[in-house]
Structure formats: C-alpha cells, structure tokens
Design a protein around this ligand. Sequence first.
Ligand code: 2P0
Length: 359
Amino acid sequence: MTLSSNFKDLLSEGVRTCWRSPANIALIKYWGKKGHQLPANPSLSFALTEAYTITRVEAKLNAAGDGPRVSFTFEGERNQPFALKIEEFLKELLPHLDYLPYVSLTIESGNSFPHSAGIASSASAMSALALTLICIEQQLLDIRMDDETFYRKASNIARLGSGSACRSVYGGYTVWGKHPDIAESSDNYAVPIDFTPGNLFENIKDTILLVDQEPKKVSSRAGQQLMNYHPFAKARFEQAVTNLSKLKKSLIENDWDTFASVTENEALSLHAMMMTSSPGYILMRPNTLNIVEHIDKKRKQNHIKVCYTLDAGPNIHLLYPEEETEKALQLIAELKQYCSGGMMIHDKIGSGPENKHCK
Ligand code: 2P0
C-alpha cells in the first residue's frame, strides 16, 4: 500500500475515536467452530445495556511500516494478558486493514462491570475495538460506508477476535451463522433479526445472579476446541438449528412458555457438551443448581414468566418480560442467598454500540 500525503498528514496529527459496546447474552448458543473462526452452528443473542466496554484509540504515524505498534492500558493500568490478546487480534487483522502497519495505536479500555464478576468481557471488548478500527479506517481512507456495510465489516472483524463479539455490534436481537429462517444470515458476520418480536420480548430484562466470581477452570476457547472431537457434536449442531427456528416462532407469536423451554434447553445442552467433552468438566456450581430448582418450583406455584440461561460459567441469567418485573423481583430476593456476596446485576436488552457517549 502506498501512503497518500493526506494519510500521512492525518496520522501526524493523530486520528482519534471512541466506542462503547455492550456484552450480549446468547439464547441459542455458539459452541463449536469450523474453518477459520466460523461457527459450527448459528446462534442468537440480545445486547445488554449495563454491561459494556468503552475503548478509546488514537492512531499516529509509524513511518517504518512495521506496525501496528501498540500501547494498551485497561482501566488506567498496563495489563499484560489483555495486551497480548489484543496484539494477537491485530496480527489477525493485517490482511483486512491495510493501514495497520503504518500506525502506532494508543488503546485505552475499561468495563462498566467488575472484571472479576464472571461476565464474558471478550464480546464487549473485541466489538468495541473492532468498531474503533473500522472507524479509523474510514477517516484515513476517507471512505463513506453506509451503516449496513460499516456494521457488517465491524462484525466480521470482531469475529476474528472472539466469536460472540460479532453479535455485539448491534442492539436488540442478533443472529450469527447461516440459518434458513433468517434472511441475509452469514457465518462471516452477525445480522440484526429480520422480524419483530412480540411485546413480551421487546424490553426483556436480564438479572445476572453472580454465583461464583472465581476465574473459570476452562476457557471458552479451550472448551470450544473440545467440540472438534465431541461424540455428540453433530446432534448438537443440528439441535441449535432446530431450536433457532422454534425460538424465532416463539418471539413472533409472543409465546413465553415456548421461549422459556427452548432457552433453558440451550443452556443445559451447552453445559451438557462441557460435561461430556473429553476431558469433561463442570462449570456449574452447587448454587447454580439451587437457583435452577428454586426457579422451577416457584414458577410452577406462582405462574411467573421467568426463565434462565447460562453463559460458559456458573452464573444464572434470569430473564423476564418488563411487565413481570414486580413478581420477578420477589423471586430474585429469594435467590439472593445463593449469590456470592449477594451480588447481582440488573440488566436489560439494549440498543447497541455508541460512539457519542465516550467521556
Ligand atoms: C455464546 N459463548 O454464544 C457462547 C455460549 C459462551 C457460551 O461464545 O473462541 O469467547 O473467542 O470465539 O466467543 C464464548 O466463546 O469464543 C461464547 P471464541 P467466545 O455466547
């Protein structure tokens, strides 16, 4: 690539951008890969509101062309493990972003949620960084992309950093992975859903019950790799496709009971895959099961519209429609005893990344 004089001028002054990007919670789970960071099955998630990463980036000229050179801080401090992940990610991006060798990047990042809370931070972190990098490309090459092209490109780039991150570049419900019922769905990037969910799901809430805040015994990356040799992999990938169709129907038909049974089936199947991997492992804790049993019992007694899902960890995401908040909060008060230090995060579906509120 030849650097234009304008490109050099811009970088001499420094090009800056900042994005805030949310975590997401998957209802249909991505668990297993094919090819290069492509999903073995489609997944569906919604963006959260309160759990997000803010990432600020300044790009300056690196005339040597041996970049990107990187200076990274997390919440004001150097963080070697995160810095290594980012360097690895940027190397992956060299074939995709021509300007990278010619820049020195100063990257400052921080999360809205405690790092130890056991909430997946790679989705918000990698999506925020992907958005900043595409934004810088636009400024440097003076390209004007329409929104759809911009977000698809950011999603494609985010995927290379962390699969679930590609779903975090949009608000609301999002699908990643080719599925016959979702128009324009792709394995390369996520797309917003192409249908309107019923009112029970428009403002869905998610209270995250923090059962255990210890670091995970097995990383998601390692867990996903175990799917390559898993005896039940084929059936699991087919199950996700069928469950996505059922979930779409339940969202459109405003059918909470079907939504709940599919969502919980996905959560338990995800953990069943972990338990039946070789070697097998268990990320749920005794209090995860105590919460599940308590929800089952109280839901039957009081007909509360609640259901749960699990990420790759022990914490429970309790989902409920906005209109059910009062009843759900009573149940949540009973569940507090099972949370580590009584900790929980009250979150809800969100409108996706922004670049205007970065302070
Ligand atoms: C998901 N998870 O769909 C599933 C459900 C966790 C449980 O995607 O290897 O960090 O970086 O692509 O995205 C977590 O795995 O894995 C995940 P990589 P990622 O949200």
